[in-house]
Design a protein. Structure first.
Length: 389
């Protein structure tokens, strides 16, 4: 039986501004570098893997004999959001970015949404922090029953509702309608997101594990679908399946936290899988800390993953492949709560599977798709060059 390939995406983990970062206003961004410089956090297990060999890091030195091959990858798709990043990892390159709405959605889009769900209006309709928007509009929402609609720097149509006012299943139905009928054509956003919340005024809390993302459907010629169609079992841990509209996965394992994501990964690795592909997203670095400009929290999340490295590595069998990477940057040491246009790290274990120990800078995130397909001996035309032997 063939071994298994594991791709672990640490959400929002960038390693320095790309050459085109000025086009996104991100010239000074360096998520990992700045977090380590500001917090001094030690990551001994990732240091052994070779994390400090990718770029100079204040508290993670180089390793003369790293356990993994190391490098970084460049994003070529237009955009810097999770959908774009994960799609490029899977071999899809977007020439045109998903639409964004820095001034809110056109009124006819809001009107069409409200007409369908039977309300007279929607609240907010502008870019907003997810925690701030329920604080500022939650009371009015409870008084009127009007949904809170907001966006961000990403291509997202987000709907927040209190679960006592709009049952969660109804919120899901509304968002499915938006995905299929409203946000189409020129308004085809990357994701429609249901954001339920609970609690009393002044104590509102998002119900994070009931969040649901409705992604734009990816082109069928992507790594996940290709593996699935070839009879290889495909597993999603975290929000990955949401980003691919649920297409091409044998099994989904949603998670509430990075700790649960790591636990699910270790559980699958202990299940004697063969001929399987496991695609993992660890979201806390991005959702809880990057967007909230919390470098200490970000560092703590990296430490949590670092502590899991020995257990993960111990379960990699002779024929397996482990790839650790990111999907974009999200520098909590900056003044921006948005994603950032950065290179992402690349660690490949065991390093003997890689063509060289120093993989330098790959030309596209899609080199992961190219390499995983090559690992499974599948013919493919994914962009870039395979870094596996």
């Amino acid at each position: 039986m063939m071994g298994n390939a594991y791709v672990v995406v640490i959400d929002g983990l960038g390693v320095g501004a790309q050459e085109d970062a000025h086009q996104y206003g991100d010239e000074e961004m360096n998520t990992l570098g700045h977090v380590l410089e500001q917090t001094g956090v030690k990551l001994p297990n990732l240091q052994k893997m070779g994390l400090g060999n990718i770029i100079p890091l204040a508290s993670v030195p180089e390793n003369e004999n790293p356990l993994a091959a190391y490098g970084k990858l460049r994003e070529v798709s237009a955009g810097k959001d999770s959908t774009t990043g994960h799609w490029e990892i899977a071999g899809i390159q977007l020439e045109k970015p998903f639409p964004t709405y820095p001034n809110g959605f056109p009124q006819h889009v809001i009107d069409d949404f409200c007409d369908e769900i039977g309300v007279e209006g929607a609240l907010c309709n502008k870019p907003y922090s997810g925690t701030d928007v329920i604080r500022d509009y939650g009371v009015e929402h409870m008084e009127t029953g009007f949904p809170i609609v907001y966006t961000s720097a990403d291509s997202v149509f987000q709907v927040a509702c209190h679960n006592d006012i709009v049952p969660i299943e109804q919120l899901y139905e509304w968002c499915e309608f938006v995905r299929n009928e409203i946000c189409v054509g020129e308004h085809e956003v990357g994701r429609v997101i249901a954001r339920p919340f609970t609690g009393k005024p002044g104590e509102f809390q998002r119900i994070s594990d009931k969040r649901h993302d409705y992604s734009s459907a990816p082109p069928e010629n992507n790594l996940v679908q290709k593996l699935y169609d070839s009879g290889i079992k495909t597993y999603s841990i975290g929000k990955v399946a949401d980003l691919f509209a649920g297409k091409g996965f044998t099994q989904y394992r949603p998670t509430k936290s990075n700790a649960e994501g790591i636990s699910q990964l270790l559980s699958l690795m202990s299940a004697e899988l063969n001929n399987s592909f496991v695609f993992v997203n660890l979201i806390d670095t991005d959702q809880l800390y990057g967007h909230r400009l919390d470098p200490k929290g970000y560092a703590g999340s990296l430490e949590e993953f670092d502590r899991a490295i020995p257990a993960i590595v111990s379960k990699i069998r002779k024929d397996d492949l482990l790839i650790i990477t990111g999907d974009h940057g999200n520098d909590p040491c900056s003044n921006s709560t948005d994603h950032s246009r950065e290179f992402v790290p690349l660690l490949v274990f065991p390093k003997e599977r890689a063509k060289s120990e120093d993989l330098e800078t790959g030309e596209t995130f899609s080199e992961i798709a190219k390499s995983v397909a090559a690992y499974f001996n599948l013919e493919n035309d994914f962009p870039g060059t395979s870094f596996v032997k």
